[in-house]
Write a new protein. Structure first.
Length: 365
């Protein structure tokens, strides 16, 4: 099925979905082990880097409004380099999918099923995200648009309950500069939130002044995540490293609202829908990169290939949730240097206006 275009509002909502990926579960706890509550400032630093990537996307979009990323890369870097970049994206989004699935699986196993449910999880997740990708970007984006404000309402309810549970200001400025930057590097793979935009650059239609719309959605997502971190560190203080599900934990400790029943159900339902949407975006990004490497194969083939590679990687390479965390903080940060930093910098230089001499030469030619 041919993919249609999406508008700036839908693209902004997709950005918010990826912003929440792998940041409201275990990440606050993992960061606290290294830099304590200063993880709040690490997040601000990493989000600032991500905003640079988003700015590169806007510059590239303004220079090539209707061109595909493949056209742009082949024009400036050649076909071989373009294929290499797409392969890098394929591997990146495969492991983003593996990380999101692993974290979501452990979360549901601990809070809902209390034991292993591997087959049920795969049957419940893979067909749904496969169908979302095959239906196309426009259909999937409209689904996200339909549920977006309901999901954000769930996030805001959790934040409101968390505010009631706050124990005071977190203890900031307890880490060194070296630990600050080493923690930033160690968890860089959890970011790369806007890279999928480059893969669909020709499908995002941004009208005049609609850039602000995307930026407002992104700021909404960033502010929500920073609030979750702040409230989490405020509530748990020195025991924050022991709590692995930040969004659920900030509302499950409430002693003032116990009469309302299990409030963590709100966080649970919100997280489940977020995970579905996040994994669909990652799978679509993999599919888009795959189709640009293997031009003769369509999206259905890319989904089948992904399912096989995903299952083999999950059961053979990863096996356990702990292994995925080791990879995420071990070699994947080095890999993310290429995808999250080097490629955006290359695209930044490509997006710059041509030198005047080159423009004159082209006109004369």
């Amino acid at each position: 099925m041919k993919d249609s275009t999406i508008n700036a509002r839908q693209a902004g909502m997709l950005c918010v979905m990826t912003l929440f990926a792998n940041k409201i579960f275990l990440l606050p706890s993992l960061m606290y082990e290294n830099v304590k509550a200063d993880a709040f400032f690490v997040m601000i630093f990493l989000f600032a880097m991500e905003l640079f990537v988003f700015s590169v996307f806007l510059l590239l979009k303004s220079k090539y409004p209707d061109k595909t990323l493949n056209f742009i890369l082949e024009k400036h870097l050649g076909r071989v380099i373009a294929r290499i970049i797409y392969i890098l994206f394929m591997v990146f989004f495969l492991f983003k999918m593996l990380l999101t699935y692993s974290v979501c699986y452990v979360y549901l196993k601990q809070l809902v099923y209390q034991n292993e449910f591997t087959l049920l999880a795969l049957v419940a997740i893979l067909p749904v995200v496969n169908h979302a990708v095959i239906c196309g970007l426009r259909t999937f984006s409209r689904t996200v648009e339909l549920y977006f404000f309901v999901l954000m309402a769930g996030i805001f309810i959790c934040l409101a309950v968390g505010l009631v549970n706050m124990q005071g200001m977190p203890f900031f400025f307890n880490s060194s500069a070296s630990s600050f930057f080493s923690t930033s590097f160690k968890h860089i793979f959890s970011f790369g939130d806007y890279l999928f935009l480059f893969l669909i650059i020709d499908k995002v239609k941004i009208k005049e002044n609609e850039t602000k719309t995307m930026f407002r959605f992104i700021l909404l997502g960033i502010a929500s995540i920073l609030c979750i971190f702040f409230i989490f560190f405020s509530i748990f203080q020195i025991t924050a490293f022991m709590h692995n599900n930040a969004l659920t934990d900030i509302i499950s400790v409430s002693t003032r609202l116990n009469t309302l029943g299990r409030l963590d159900v709100i966080a649970m339902v919100t997280i489940m829908f977020l995970c579905y949407f996040q994994m669909s975006i990652f799978l679509f990004s993999f599919s888009e990169a795959f189709c640009n490497v293997f031009h003769k194969l369509n999206r259905a083939y890319s989904v089948c290939v992904f399912d096989v590679v995903f299952l083999l990687s999950y059961f053979v390479l990863i096996g356990r949730y702990e292994n995925m965390l080791i990879y995420t903080q071990g070699w994947l940060p080095y890999y993310s240097i290429a995808t999250n930093i080097v490629i955006p910098i290359v695209l930044f230089f490509i997006s710059l206006p041509k030198m005047r001499k080159e423009v004159i030469y082209e006109k004369n030619y």
